[in-house]
Ligand binder design. Structure first.
Ligand SMILES: [Zn+2]
Length: 88
């Protein structure tokens, strides 16, 4: 069954003015939390996700591991699109 990430909230947690990178923590509907790194401008939505990692509070919804895995990388695109919507 395909995993369908649903972002319920997103918050910018750090911003680096000098290199235009910012980090966001996103909460998903299934209680999952992810940290995403974006490059670009959050205020215009003109930003691109460069990295995503799952915060280790909940097991991975895909492989069920409760330690580091790379599953979320496959969902970086749909999650980052939703995150940018929330940040507008
Ligand atoms: Zn996984």
């Amino acid at each position: 069954m395909a995993y369908r990430p649903q972002v319920v909230s997103a918050q910018i947690v750090s911003k680096n003015q000098s290199n235009d990178l910012f980090q966001v923590v996103a909460q998903l509907e299934d209680r999952l939390e992810c940290r995403l790194t974006f490059s670009g401008d959050a205020s215009t939505g003109d930003a691109k996700a460069t990295h995503i990692s799952r915060l280790l509070k909940e097991p991975c919804p895909i492989c069920r591991k409760d330690y580091l895995c790379n599953c979320m990388t496959r969902y970086m695109e749909p999650i980052s699109v939703q995150v940018l919507e929330k940040l507008k």
